[in-house]
Ligand binder design. Structure first.
Ligand SMILES: [Fe+2]
Length: 153
């Protein structure tokens, strides 16, 4: 049994994960198209949205997901370390997103500042890291959040 407030929180987190996964798909399309088949408009669009999308997702997760899950840390003692690690991953992904913004902008303008190999490596490094992170939060933290909200409700 869930209340509308619980459902709203769970939906917010699910949307934040879905937006990050959609961003990863678009970034993968760019990486796959390098060097000769790049959608420049998509590149410029992604340059604009990569940082705001990641920042907004982290804001929701740190405001809604992490505090809800942390209410279970009395029964799951390693949880605090897990949350700390996820916060650090947010920090790293955000720094990475800023670098990606610059790279996408230069590729989108047709004036790449790095080789296609380096750009592909950078893009893949980012979206693989974000996918792993989101998969963990989806598979482990979201169910724990549901459990925590039921317990509290
Ligand atoms: Fe996250």
């Amino acid at each position: 049994m869930t209340t509308p407030a619980m459902d709203a929180s769970l939906t917010l987190v699910a949307q934040s994960h879905a937006r990050q996964m959609a961003l990863c798909e678009d970034l993968e399309a760019i990486a796959d198209g390098l060097p000769g088949n790049v959608n420049h408009q998509l590149c410029l669009h992604l340059a604009r949205v990569v940082c705001p999308t990641i920042a907004a997702a982290h804001e929701v997760e740190e405001r809604v997901l992490f505090p809800a899950v942390q209410t279970l840390s009395a029964t799951l003692p390693d949880l605090d370390n897990t949350i700390e690690r996820l916060r650090w991953e947010h920090f790293e992904d955000m720094s990475f997103a800023e670098e990606l913004h610059d790279a996408l902008l230069s590729i989108g303008r047709g004036e790449p500042k790095m080789t296609a190999e380096a750009a592909g490596y950078m893009l893949r490094g980012f979206f693989e890291s974000v996918r792993r992170h989101v998969a963990f939060e989806r598979e482990m933290l979201s169910p724990l959040m549901q459990l925590a909200l039921r317990k509290a409700g």
